[in-house]
Design a binder for this molecule. Structure first.
Ligand SMILES: Cc1ncc(COP(=O)(O)O)c(C=O)c1O
Length: 294
């Protein structure tokens, strides 16, 4: 399927409120609450060789995100897990990206949404590298948009509303020729990229921002465990932009981005070093069941 093919005009099946429907019939009405008020949460996970990596953790996070937004989930974690597998099978996919989404429906309009029902859909499609030529290291703009404070937004939910600033940051970066953007938090500390967590290397030690106002990514936690296995020290702490000068390596982690080296962030340059490449390789093996994470 060409990447340019619109996402509403493809062949295949989508799991929609409990059953598989034809891809082109997986539609919502324009007066859907989520369309107007961003009352939607979602997930994103990859399947490798037919197995969805950390499937249950993603389904659990979908539940947590919905709970944070006060959206009752009509399906259990086990049912979401089973539905994700069903979607892969129905579309005959083995290496794919899986996108569960839960949203408030058209049962009520206005800011209040108590009468809305939570609807759930799951789609899957083949999706190559999130960043082109990622092995060479990507280039990040420094975004003027900051991650909101925990008291201003549900920062630990994978909530659609939070991605508004990510899209704006990403577009501003693309307009300047960058691959993505590095965002600070409301205090001015380093937070993350628009869809992936940030890690830095200096003197053989990994430093990563404390996830107190952005997602503590599943890939982030996986890569921290992989680093531990390699006896690499990982420090979670507040990181300020002035420190970027002193870091030798920089990489991003995310289910879509996997482990992606960064060679440039604004005025700062980094090497695509051994530690980054080693963890990138470990992650690639782990997700394909060629390395145990215990
Ligand atoms: C904003 C943001 N941060 C971090 C991540 C990484 O999370 P995960 O590793 O769980 O995919 C993602 C991707 O889901 C994201 O969209």
């Amino acid at each position: 399927m060409p990447e340019s093919q619109p996402y509403d005009d493809r062949d295949g099946k989508i799991w929609f409120d409990g059953k598989l429907v034809d891809w082109r019939d997986a539609n919502v009405h324009i007066l859907t609450h989520a369309m107007h008020y961003a009352s939607s949460v979602f997930e994103g996970q990859r399947a490798y060789g037919g197995e969805i990596f950390e499937l249950t953790r993603h389904s659990e996070r979908l539940h947590v995100s919905a709970k944070i937004l006060g959206m009752p989930m009509p399906y259990s974690v086990e049912e979401i897990d089973a539905a994700c597998r069903q979607v892969l099978e129905a579309n005959d996919l083995s290496d794919a990206y899986v996108r569960p989404v839960a949203w408030r429906g058209p049962e009520q309009m206005g800011v209040a949404a108590q009468a809305t029902k939570t609807h759930v859909a799951i789609a899957a499609w083949e999706w190559g590298d999130y960043f082109k030529n990622k092995e060479q290291g990507i280039r990040l703009d420094i975004s003027p948009w900051r991650r909101p404070a925990p008291y201003t937004a549900p920062v630990h939910a994978k909530a659609a509303g939070l991605y508004m600033i990510c899209t704006m940051a990403k577009h501003a970066a693309a307009d300047k020729g960058y691959d993505d953007a590095l965002m600070m938090d409301w205090r001015g500390q380093i937070a993350e990229a628009t869809g992936a967590n940030a890690f830095f290397v200096a003197d053989g030690i990994i430093h990563t921002p404390t996830p107190d106002c952005f997602l503590n990514g599943i890939t982030r936690q996986t890569v921290m465990a992989l680093a531990k296995k390699r006896d690499i020290k990982v420090i979670e702490r507040d990181i300020w932009p002035e420190e970027l000068e002193g870091f030798e390596q920089f990489f991003l982690t995310g289910s879509a981005a996997e482990v992606t080296p960064v060679r440039e962030a604004g005025p700062w340059n980094f090497e695509v070093g051994e530690m980054t490449l080693g963890l990138m390789n470990d992650y690639a093996k782990l997700v394909r069941g060629q390395l145990s994470n215990s």
